[in-house]
Design a binder for this molecule. Structure first.
Ligand code: ZN
Length: 293
């Protein structure tokens, strides 16, 4: 189970949301059979989606982050509900690259730097809110930070990390997003800057056994911060047979009848959890009738 913790400085000018998403990234690796660098990339993006989703107000609100950087992974997608329960998908789950010049997994090399981060918030309005910002580094945390500065005009610091164990499993994964509120005085800015300068990488803190709560309080150290909320978060796919039927109906009656003629069983698998839904020709023809209406 992942954990999201939120903290606020005593004067109310800096907030920090942190996540331990080790289990979530483990599920991503298990479902999508991602190679290490793709596990790191998708794990980072999903941790951010979870933190941003958790901030949404409405019960049925959701957020989708789509990163399209022109690199060998293709598009990466992470979706979260308003509790911070995410699901994720990547076009090419297996990409092998040499380590970068810092000896780390080359996330930006896998994602690519030529493209955009799309943020779509479905807040139950007629149209979703969609924002597009250019990718600045492809390391993902910087790209999220840039999104907040550009699209939400909120000074933000974001750090995300995934550490792979020697056996190829996910050792730890997590991150934080800290915001300076508009009325934050100079000393809040200085305090945050100083804390960040001395802050170890998120994965080092998690590897030392620090919790999401510890990380949020460490980012806000010296501000008499307190924890305001703690939430469990888990990889969760909301797919159902009814949803798959609706998607199939959208393909149109001609296509559905053709599938019914071609094969005794049509299998549709969910991109996010690989669950397979099977339809026989009779069921497809029934959906084709509905699609005509
Ligand atoms: Zn699913």
């Amino acid at each position: 189970m992942g954990i999201i913790a939120s903290a606020i400085s005593a004067d109310g000018t800096i907030v920090c949301h942190a996540i331990d998403s080790t289990d979530i990234t483990g599920r991503i690796q298990g479902i999508h059979r991602t190679s290490p660098v793709v596990t790191a990339a998708l794990g980072r993006l999903t941790a951010a989606a979870s933190l941003m989703g958790n901030q949404l107000k409405g019960d049925s609100d959701s957020i989708t982050l789509r990163l399209k950087g022109g690199g060998p992974t293709g598009s990466l997608i992470a979706v979260s509900d308003s509790s911070g329960n995410p699901r994720a998908y990547v076009e090419n789950p297996v990409v092998e690259l040499p380590l970068n010049d810092k000896g780390k997994l080359d996330v930006s090399g896998a994602v690519g730097k030529e493209g955009s981060l799309f943020v779509m918030k479905d807040l139950g309005m007629k149209e979703p809110y969609i924002s597009q910002t250019p990718i600045v580094s492809g390391e993902i945390a910087e790209d999220i930070t840039y999104y907040f500065a550009q699209s939400e005009q909120t000074p933000t610091v974001c750090a995300l990390g995934v550490l792979m164990a020697k056996d190829g499993s996910v050792a730890c994964s997590g991150g934080f997003i800290a915001h300076l509120l508009p009325f934050a005085p100079e000393q809040s800015i200085t305090l945050l800057e100083n804390n960040l300068r001395d802050l170890p990488p998120v994965t080092s803190m998690l590897a030392q056994g620090k919790t999401a709560e510890d990380i949020a309080l460490t980012v806000l150290a010296g501000s008499s911060a307190k924890i305001t909320a703690q939430f469990p978060a888990e990889y969760r796919c909301g797919c159902s047979r009814a949803r798959v039927e609706r998607a199939l109906a959208d393909t149109g009656s001609r296509e559905l009848n053709a599938m019914a003629d071609e094969q005794p069983v049509t299998e549709v698998s969910c991109h996010f959890c690989n669950k397979i839904y099977r339809f026989n020709p009779q069921e497809l023809r029934e959906l084709a009738k509905q699609a005509e209406i």
